[in-house]
Design a protein around this ligand. Sequence first.
Ligand SMILES: CC(C)(COP(=O)(O)OP(=O)(O)OC[C@H]1O[C@@H](n2cnc3c(N)ncnc32)[C@H](O)[C@@H]1OP(=O)(O)O)[C@@H](O)C(=O)NCCC(=O)NCCS
Length: 164
Amino acid sequence: MRRLQEDSEPRLSHGFSIRRMTLDDLTAVMALEQAAFKNPWSAELLKRELEHEWSTILLVEEPRESVPPLLLGLAIFWIVHDEVHVLNVATAPQHRRRGVARAVMEEVLERGKGRRCCLATLEVRKSNEPAIQLYRSFGFRPVGIRPNYYADEREDAVVMVLDF
Ligand SMILES: CC(C)(COP(=O)(O)OP(=O)(O)OC[C@H]1O[C@@H](n2cnc3c(N)ncnc32)[C@H](O)[C@@H]1OP(=O)(O)O)[C@@H](O)C(=O)NCCC(=O)NCCS
């Protein structure tokens, strides 16, 4: 699968700039992962995602004058056949409730629709109320439970699906 040129161009959405991650972003992305999650993705895992044609890591940045943009959030998703699978969404703790996750999820779903996907799926911790509310607000609905999916704390995952 060839990457389209426009696929890599930054896009403005709700005042944020959204673009694909590159290897140069690794340090900043690791810092965001560590701030956002108790069990952050490792550098190795992130690097591997960058190599997978089916995987996309989108970064949400705040454009600033005279200094480089500030990384506010990210989303990692796969497109496999007709399905968008969302693996990770995170916003830097000090920038939450500003619409960062909403902006990146909109972009993820738009890209999926643009690639003729017909549904989006994800797993989310049962206790993660902010994320479940976020996904519900896009129309995702819970369709099942994966018991002890998160082995670290033996927490169940809720499987959510959105039909396009
Ligand atoms: C979940 C998370 C990504 C939301 O990011 P955010 O940028 O603050 O979300 P937004 O400002 O775009 O909010 C969009 C919607 O999500 C829901 N939401 C977000 N935070 C919420 C909270 N603390 N409580 C309830 N609903 C919440 C709301 O529906 C909100 O819409 P509203 O502001 O109009 O009410 C963020 O809390 C986060 O990074 N959490 C840690 C990482 C994580 O758990 N990721 C998801 C699992 S992969």
